[in-house]
Design a protein around this ligand. Structure first.
Ligand SMILES: C[S@@+](CC[C@H](N)C(=O)[O-])C[C@H]1O[C@@H](n2cnc3c(N)ncnc32)[C@H](O)[C@@H]1O
Length: 279
C-alpha cells in the first residue's frame, strides 16, 4: 500500500485537472482571448488569498522593494501577485509552488501577457528550494503557511535564499484562539491538511531563522469588510462572473467560503500580515 505524503495531499487538494482550459473558457465568455487580455482581467482568478489584489498591494507597499529587484514569491500559485509586481515595480519575480498544475498554468498566463521574460514559476517545495544562497533582493508569501507545519524550516530556507537586508512579507491565515474549525476551507478539506500557527509561533519561527520582525498586523476588519462587499456585489447582480476563485475551489466553493468566514467571525482564525527583514 502506498503512503501518500502531506505534500502530495496538499497538491491533490489544489489540483483542478484542466485549469488552463477552464480559465480560457471563462475569459472567452467575457470576450477575452490571449490576444486582448490584460493583467487586470486575470485578477479575479489569479490572486488566491483573502482580499485579492487589494491585500497584495497592502502588504507589498510596506515592503518597499526597490524597482527592478529580483523577488521571490513563496507558494506562488498561479503567479498573479508576481505578474502584478513585475508590471508595477518592473521587478523580476521567481515563484515556487508545490502544485505543478498551478505552475504550468501560471507560466502560460505570463506568456499570454508577454511577461514571461520577467517571471518564472518553478514546481517544488518551499522547504527545499532549487535556488542559490543570497539570490533574491526580497520576498513574500501569500496564504501558504496554512499548509506547512514546520514554520522554522520554512523560514530558515527562505532566509538562506534572500540577500542580507532583504525585506520579507507574510500574509497568512493564522490561528487566533483554540477551538474546532469548520471544514472544508479554501486551503484544506479536513483538519489533517491544515497546519495553522499563531502569530507568536510565526514570529518565533522567523526570529529563530534570523529575521528581525518589525510588525504584525491583524487584518480581520479588512477581511470581514471585503466579504461584506463581495456578498453585496453578488446579491445585486443576477449572474456571477464566469471568472473567479470558484474556478480554483470548484464544486464546494460556497461551502469553503462560508466556513472560512464563520471561522473568522468566531474568532478562531484571522488573516495576519508580518513584515520582517533578513539581518
Ligand atoms: C491558497 S494558495 C495561494 C497561492 C498564491 N500565493 C496566491 O495568493 O494566489 C496556497 C498555495 O500554497 C502552495 N503550497 C502549499 N504548501 C507548499 C509548499 N510546501 N511549498 C510550495 N508551495 C506550497 C499550494 O500549492 C498553493 O498553490
Amino acid at each position: 500500500m502506498s503512503v501518500v505524503s502531506h505534500d502530495e495531499r496538499v497538491s491533490e487538494h489544489y489540483l483542478h485537472g484542466d485549469l488552463l482550459s477552464a480559465i480560457e473558457a471563462a475569459l472567452c465568455a467575457l470576450g477575452k482571448t490571449s490576444e486582448n487580455l490584460t493583467l487586470d482581467d486575470l485578477a479575479p482568478v489569479d490572486e488566491f488569498h483573502i482580499g485579492g489584489r487589494l491585500a497584495t498591494d497592502h502588504l507589498i507597499d510596506q515592503l518597499k522593494f526597490s524597482k527592478r529587484s529580483h523577488l521571490l514569491d513563496v507558494g506562488c500559485g498561479l503567479g498573479g501577485a508576481a505578474r502584478h509586481l513585475a508590471s508595477k515595480h518592473e521587478s523580476r519575480v521567481t515563484g515556487i509552488d508545490l502544485t505543478s498544475e498551478y505552475v504550468e498554468t501560471g507560466n502560460a498566463l505570463s506568456g499570454w501577457l508577454n511577461l514571461d521574460e520577467y517571471i518564472r514559476l518553478y514546481h517544488g517545495s518551499a522547504l527545499s528550494m532549487p535556488f542559490q544562497d543570497n539570490m533574491f533582493d526580497g520576498g513574500y508569501m501569500l496564504h501558504v503557511g496554512m499548509n506547512i507545519e514546520n514554520k522554522t524550516s520554512l523560514f530558515c530556507e527562505i532566509y538562506r535564499v534572500l540577500k542580507p537586508g532583504s525585506a520579507f512579507g507574510v500574509y497568512d491565515v493564522m490561528r487566533q484562539n483554540d477551538g474546532e474549525l469548520i471544514y472544508p476551507v479554501p486551503w484544506a478539506t479536513e483538519s489533517s491538511n491544515s497546519k495553522l500557527s499563531t502569530p507568536s509561533q510565526y514570529k518565533k519561527a522567523l526570529s529563530g531563522a534570523g529575521f528581525a520582525v518589525s510588525s504584525v498586523n491583524n487584518r480581520v476588519d479588512f477581511a470581514l469588510d471585503f466579504f461584506r462587499q463581495l456578498r453585496a456585489k453578488t446579491q445585486s447582480s443576477s449572474d456571477t462572473s464566469p471568472l473567479g476563485l470558484h474556478i480554483l475551489m470548484q464544486d464546494n466553493t460556497a461551502l469553503k467560503m462560508k466556513n472560512m468566514i464563520e471561522n473568522i467571525t468566531n474568532g478562531l482564525v484571522a488573516p495576519v500580515e508580518i513584515i520582517a527583514k533578513k539581518v
